[in-house]
Design a protein around this ligand. Sequence first.
Ligand code: ATP
Length: 353
Amino acid sequence: MKVTFKDVTLSYDGKIDTLKHLNFEIPDGSLVSLLGPSGGGKTTTLNLISGLLPATSGHIYFGDEDVTKKDALARKVGMVFQNYSLYPHLSVRDNIAFPLKMQHVSRKERYAKAEELAKLVHVDDQLDKKPGELSGGQQQRVAIARALAKSPSLLLLDEPLSNLDARLRIEMRQEIRRIQRETGVTTIFVTHDQDEALHISDNIMVLSFGKIQQFSAPDDLYERPSNLFVAKFIGEPVINTLPAETLKADLQGHVPDEIFAKAVTAGLRSEALVPFDNGQGILTTFHATLAYKQKYGREATAALNYNGQTLLSTEMAGLPADQKEGDFFITKAGFFLFDEAGALIFGGEAHDQ
Ligand SMILES: Nc1ncnc2c1ncn2[C@@H]1O[C@H](COP(=O)(O)OP(=O)(O)OP(=O)(O)O)[C@@H](O)[C@H]1O
């Protein structure tokens, strides 16, 4: 089911807008993550989609139907929460079948559906157990199966993996992707973990300060951040930022003057600072001294002092150990300029190899 928001605003208290004029379209059959810092508006957006919260203004559509005034039950969404919310006294079979029991579906039919869903989420050998006898990952599988029991229009997952340990999180995020592909149900997933969002999603909506900072494919967020917030939020290590003015001499002739005149902040990914022309498309060269270099296995991080700024590079492994300064290169990919408002004004285009 396609989901469309048209100019949706939400205010909890009638004074401050927590979500401000959201406009977006989630394509039918896709998996979209809502990603952003705490308090950015992820859960609020999810609750507007489910109908648990009414929009203050604007319109919400499921397909072509305006569901703005419809409650959660009428929207027929399946929800999965961080704490699973399974019924402890019911078996796995009865937990999965529970929503169908509420709809007075016959026992035979609902158990058949429960078994089919248990197979889909790989808990078909646990059907007679109680939730307390299952691991966290298995409980989350049961919660997903239960949410799918009513053949929902959408599957909404609110931080479903945050109670799991690191290994299980990776396993379960792959599982969610698999289950989503197999069922084709449009799925919306809230997380504050960028790694999770980047691995699982067709598209990612970055929400901060109640606004959509960017809504695009995972690679685009990293390679073409639409503003300084997204450039700093996505990527590890955090992108180097420095006043654009610091780079003026080295950018002259490489960035159009009229663009540079508006540039306030430069962003340089750590892999965009390289010791040699690596054939990846060089933007310019710069002279810097080496503050330190640390090696971890095959990787190395170096800090370069450049015009009073410190720049982190992850590409200096091949540099001779005794080299203390030199002329280095900035690649076109991973170099950005932002204006006073933080909007991207240079970089991020598809670069020639
Ligand atoms: N029931 C509520 N009443 C009033 N304000 C609320 C309510 N729920 C959330 N807020 C506020 O709305 C803003 C957005 O909250 P929301 O929970 O949507 O953010 P989030 O991105 O999901 O954060 P987190 O990652 O911490 O869950 C926050 O400033 C929060 O304090």
